[in-house]
Ligand binder design. Structure first.
Ligand SMILES: C[S@@+](CC[C@H](N)C(=O)[O-])C[C@H]1O[C@@H](n2cnc3c(N)ncnc32)[C@H](O)[C@@H]1O
Length: 319
């Protein structure tokens, strides 16, 4: 399915998740203003551009390597792609720069990491391959995983593993990390976690939740998402659609809650008989339940297994 809509030669190794569903739900029209807020290796962007001849795409990523790879891949659509290295909480300003102050027609946010980041040991995201403790999506960002692992007080590490890793053994792992300091590599960190939880077995790798927590903190991923969702319906103009793909419950819960609040007809406290808030819904929820990848997609691309796609459409003013 990816090949049918592919317009570029680069990136065969990266398989975009739910790509047909994204194109179907965003239904980009010819001449549309498109935004890929997390362009990664450009798989979704290529599919959206192929589906919408004449459309212009604002391609955003905070990772310069990803943006370069996406730009190369999308070179087959000359003049239709505007690449910007930025975090997506800056989208309102980026839209304004293009004169799209009233919003885009379709915005995609595909959260998390690209294969380029995960599969390059030097980027420090992978626990299966030794690399430096880095985990920065933007290599110029001030805080790396080494700063967190070697510098944070034990109590802060403990809270991090509990809150962002949802790790049940948070206290024991935090203590073991502090005792083993200084840690230099992803393999060192994975070994410390294995020392507490045991060697990898059949299920998920024991270090998965610890790595997730540290990565989320290093990149302020939930803060980024919260800022995007704060008034995020304004990113699209009336009739326009916003699609977000989340990969774990901490993200998906935020997306679900925001979409529900935007679509609500009233924000009065419970128990009020007559609405006094005067709230008008700003969007219609197109996906009450998240769209999940098919078994066939998960078999082809195991990284798709936890993906959840939700989509809203902005309503006309005063609808
Ligand atoms: C799952 S990948 C996107 C893959 C892409 N959809 C494709 O088809 O190749 C997520 C990308 O979003 C980028 N990213 C994550 N959080 C970001 C943020 N807050 N602002 C900008 N880019 C971000 C990452 O650097 C990564 O390249």
């Amino acid at each position: 399915m990816t090949d049918e809509t592919d317009i570029g030669p680069v990136g065969a190794a990266h398989v975009p998740v739910l790509v047909a569903e994204v194109v179907e739900w965003l239904r980009p029209r010819p001449d549309a203003r498109l935004v890929d807020a997390t362009v990664g290796l450009g798989g979704h962007a290529a599919a959206l551009l192929a589906a919408a001849p004449g459309a212009t795409l604002l391609a955003v990523d905070r990772d310069p390597d990803a943006l370069a790879a996406a730009s190369a891949r999308l070179a087959a659509a000359p003049g239709r792609v505007v690449p910007r290295r930025a975090t997506f909480d800056r989208l309102p300003a980026l839209l304004a720069e293009l004169g799209w102050d009233d919003g885009a027609d379709a915005v995609l946010v595909d959260l998390g990491l690209s294969s380029l980041q995960l599969d390059t040991p030097a980027r420090g995201f992978a626990f299966r391959h030794p690399g430096p403790l880095d985990m920065r999506m933007d290599p110029a960002a001030p805080v790396s995983a080494a700063d967190v692992v070697n510098g944070w007080p034990e109590a802060d590490l403990d809270a991090l593993l509990r809150n962002l890793g949802e790790e049940r053994q948070h206290r024991r792992i935090a203590r073991a990390i502090v005792r083993a300091r200084p840690l230099a590599t992803t393999a060192d960190l994975a070994r410390v976690v294995e020392g507490v939880l045991g060697a990898p077995g059949r299920g998920i790798h024991p270090a998965t939740r610890t790595f997730q927590a540290i990565r989320l903190a290093v990149n302020d991923e939930l803060g980024q998402l919260d800022r995007l969702l704060d008034g995020g319906w304004r990113l699209v103009r009336p009739g326009g659609r916003l699609a977000i793909i989340a990969y774990h419950s901490l993200e998906d819960r935020r997306v679900k809650t925001a979409f529900r609040a935007w679509a609500a007809t009233c924000h009065c406290p419970p128990g009020i008989v007559e609405c006094r808030c005067g709230w008008r819904p700003t969007v219609r929820r197109l996906t009450r339940r998240p769209v999940r990848p098919s078994d066939a997609e998960v078999a082809r691309n195991p990284r798709a297994r936890s993906a959840r796609l939700r989509v809203v459409e902005r309503l006309a003013e005063g609808a």
